[in-house]
Design a protein around this ligand. Structure first.
Ligand SMILES: CSC[C@H]1O[C@H](OP(=O)(O)O)[C@H](O)[C@@H]1O
Length: 350
């Protein structure tokens, strides 16, 4: 089976990122020797996808420590934490970014000495990457098990949740890939996902690379698709999930959830536990990133609208928990009542 693309790779002393803004036309890599290279890559979505952003931030923390140490040991902690804060501020919605930064701060604060800190930070960054890969595999398996005994499945997905959004096979995409390997997929419908087209540029590329039967639709076709063709389930990713199960994901997700409810189609989020934010009780507290209006007015230099037309460009929206059938995680599938069941999963983790 043809394999897909990968989002990032640590190469001895620097981080290599696949520049996803250039896909699907070009394969261009970014060699990040400074954490500032990673800040820029996260801001421009050269690297994107909640889990991938978290993994990239882990390695960027290693680069930041090396840069701060090379400057001087005096005032190192202040400079290092300032660099981590700059990384964390690169994008506000995906909790994996702040989660990874807090994991790296924890390692640094408990390191025995500056001499050992560097190696300990690199080991933690690698652990975040390898855990993410294992998480993807387990999400794929738990999600596919939801459809045991079902064949010729038609699945609709949104944005990109595959290898380009993670360090492994993906979240929602991993479920789709596993179902395909079990011979249960008839067709995967991929929303193009305006304005940055993660669906048409990235997901369609990954589906074709993995030889998964697929069909690309524009976002405004989703309602008619559900109304005229049989869709067995909608499976999407998530960027931040509140304690009550409300989930933030790429703009357009909430609309799909409303349509799924109207058409009685099961609607699943697929996300690792690093995407849960139990410090917030509900989705109303999730900060939604608003991006540059020109991302809506133009695409790759083509003017799509008047240069000065006012634009509303939230990069995410929040789906309320009552529209979510289940949340597929690496620990299993969480179903309502979400607050109690999410707390139970955390208790089991200890
Ligand atoms: C594996 S979930 C990835 C998640 O991130 C995407 O957003 P972006 O491309 O802006 O980073 C989208 O919300 C996906 O569901």
């Amino acid at each position: 089976m043809k394999q897909g693309l990968w989002s990032l790779k640590w190469d001895k002393d620097h981080l290599i990122l696949l520049d996803q803004t250039k896909l699907p036309d070009e394969i261009v890599y970014i060699d990040c020797y400074s954490y500032k290279d990673v800040v820029s890559a996260i801001k421009t979505l050269a690297v994107r996808g909640a889990p991938a952003i978290g993994v990239a931030a882990g390695y960027a923390s290693v680069l930041a420590f090396r840069e701060c140490r090379a400057y001087s040991d005096t005032g190192l902690t202040e400079r290092f934490y300032a660099a981590l804060d700059e990384l964390e501020a690169a994008r506000p919605t995906a909790v994996n970014l702040s989660w990874a930064i807090s994991e790296m701060k924890e390692v640094y604060s408990h390191s025995e000495s500056l001499e050992t800190a560097g190696a300990e930070l690199l080991n933690k960054a690698k652990d975040i990457e390898y855990s993410d890969r294992d998480m993807c595999r387990r999400i794929g398996s738990h999600g596919a098990d939801l459809f045991k005994g079902k064949t010729a499945l038609n699945i609709l997905t949104h944005c990109n949740t595959g290898a380009l959004a993670t360090a492994g096979d993906g979240t929602a995409f991993s479920v789709i890939k596993e179902l395909n390997e079990r011979g249960q997929i008839s067709c995967v419908y991929a929303d193009e996902t305006r304005p940055l087209l993660q669906g048409s540029r990235l997901t369609a590329t990954e589906l074709m690379a993995n030889e998964i039967p697929c069909c690309l639709i524009t976002d405004n076709m989703a309602a008619m698709l559900m109304n005229t063709r049989h869709i067995d389930a909608i499976i999407v990713g998530a960027d931040r999930i509140a304690l009550n199960g409300d989930g933030a994901n790429k703009i357009g997700t909430y609309g799909l959830a409303v349509l799924a409810s109207y058409h009685h189609i099961p609607f699943y989020l697929a996300a690792p536990f690093s995407t849960f934010d139990t410090s917030i009780k509900s989705g109303g507290e999730i900060v939604i990133e608003e991006r540059n209006p020109d991302e809506v007015r133009t695409y790759k230099g083509i003017q799509l609208a008047p240069k000065d037309v006012p634009v509303f460009n939230p990069a995410f929206d929040v789906t309320p928990n009552h529209l979510i059938t289940g949340i597929i995680t690496e620990k299993g599938v969480i179903v309502p009542p979400y607050t109690d069941n999410i707390k139970r999963f955390y208790k089991e983790e200890g």
